[in-house]
Design a binder for this molecule. Structure first.
Ligand code: TRP
Ligand code: SF4
Length: 404
């Protein structure tokens, strides 16, 4: 993985909701595609999370998962760069979820804003379940089981990552102190070799005595770069920097996806539940039809009526797809009734067709070869499990359950 420039691992998941649309593409997938070149990425279909709200009708989850994975691949997620897998195929997530549940204060879960919000929003469903309350805890297990450093999420998920950080801290505090801790640290420092050991000790001092954050970062990088010492020693070294015990579960950071909301066909946020989407596999004729029939500024009844782009959902699409020159042309043409709405829509239609053509074509290839898709995911699941098992072993051992 030569293109990976950072040691940090990225993890993210998406609930399988079926075929993806342009909102997913501009809001999430494009960001994943960028990240896969910069980091080691683990990306998965959160099918258990889908069950927390769709336990009464699970029949769609499996197909939705395959459709979603096909769209990831078609959009440009590269299984050579990112590990793609299905949550329920890595049962270690569930075991960690259970273990974490022992030390998770109920109040933390009840306080997560999405808990009450979603219950309010999805009133027709009975979400007073154990599983739904545990939704953010399961998400924490998803993240912590890979010791991910960065978690790209939308604003609505930041609270979940925040809770994950608190849990990691609590876990390390409860279980990160082993007997003979000081001796273990000293031994680990020695293993780095004389030069690095000296540097580590002085950086640690600088941070602990003078609060020098840069020294902390440098020391972390130094530990991260050590090739020849076991992971358990690395964790001790990380832990000792900040004066705590061993860092068994590192704290992840949310990577807020800063994309503008992708507007839907009616100007509201593009979302399946608003029925205002263009899917990534939409046929060209459908794309054309959907844009042509989009509502415009209601003031423009006749071609000779001037309009205001500010009041028109088509204008919002131009902000995603059009360059400055086109936008000036529209502003002027709309306000002076110099252009017609169909004329105005044309560049958006063209831009979307151009964006979707290669995606649609690749999706067709994958649709024709479901075995290929399955083997990609199977391989991803195997890789993910390797990592997950490793973390789980350490967690169990810290919690007194190793039975060796
Ligand atoms: N809850 C996330 C969502 O609805 C999906 C998800 C599940 C997730 N587990 C995760 C995202 C772990 C990031 C990390 O979008
Ligand atoms: Fe909207 Fe363009 Fe018509 Fe103006 S000209 S109302 S911006 S579609």
């Amino acid at each position: 993985m030569s293109s990976v420039v950072s040691h940090q691992r990225v993890l993210s998941g998406m609930r399988p909701t079926g075929k993806l649309h342009l909102g997913h593409y501009h809001g999430v997938i494009k960001n994943w595609i960028k990240l896969q070149h910069e980091y080691e990425c683990f990306l998965f279909a959160a099918d258990w999370h889908a069950l927390t709200t769709h336990y009464d009708d699970p029949s769609l989850i499996e197909q939705a998962t395959w459709d979603m994975v096909i769209d990831w691949l078609a959009a440009g997620i590269n299984p050579g760069s990112a590990t793609l897998f299905i949550q329920s195929k890595v049962p270690e997530h569930a075991e960690l979820h259970l273990l974490l549940s022992m030390m998770t204060p109920l109040g933390w879960l009840e306080r997560v804003p999405s808990y009450k919000d979603q219950q309010e929003k999805l009133k027709e469903k009975d979400l007073a379940t154990y599983g739904f309350l545990g939704y953010p805890l399961l998400q924490s297990a998803d993240i912590l089981i890979y010791r991910a450093g960065l978690v790209p999420v939308g604003a609505d998920q930041v609270a979940h990552v925040e809770m994950t950080r608190e849990l990691a801290r609590r876990f390390n505090h409860l279980y990160g102190r082993e007997p003979g801790y000081e001796e273990a640290i000293d031994a680990a420092i020695k293993k780095m070799g004389k030069k690095a050991a000296k540097l580590y000790t002085s950086l640690r001092k600088k941070y602990q005595e003078k609060g020098d954050d840069e020294a902390l970062e440098t020391a972390k990088a130094l530990v991260g770069d050590q090739q020849n010492i076991p992971l358990s020693d690395k964790e001790r070294l990380f832990g000792s920097l900040e004066g705590g015990g061993k860092v068994i579960l590192p704290e992840p950071q949310a990577l807020l996806t800063e994309s503008a909301k992708m507007p839907g066909l009616d100007g509201a946020k593009m979302s399946k539940s608003y029925n205002n989407t263009i899917s990534l596999r939409e046929e060209p004729e459908e794309v054309e039809r959907k844009i042509r029939t989009m509502p415009t500024d209601p003031a423009r009844v006749r071609l000779t009526d001037p309009g205001d782009p500010q009041k028109c959902p088509v204008w919002q699409l131009h902000q995603v797809y059009s360059d400055e020159k086109t936008r000036v042309w529209i502003q002027e043409g709309c306000k002076s009734a110099g252009i017609g709405c169909l004329e105005c829509k044309k560049p958006v239609i063209n831009a979307i067709q151009e964006e979707l053509a290669p995606i649609r074509q690749r999706a067709v290839e994958y649709e024709k070869d479901p075995e290929l898709v399955k083997s990609i995911v199977l391989e991803g699941c195997d890789q993910a499990r390797e990592e997950a098992k490793h973390t789980l072993e350490e967690v169990k051992s810290a919690m007194g359950l190793s039975y060796r």
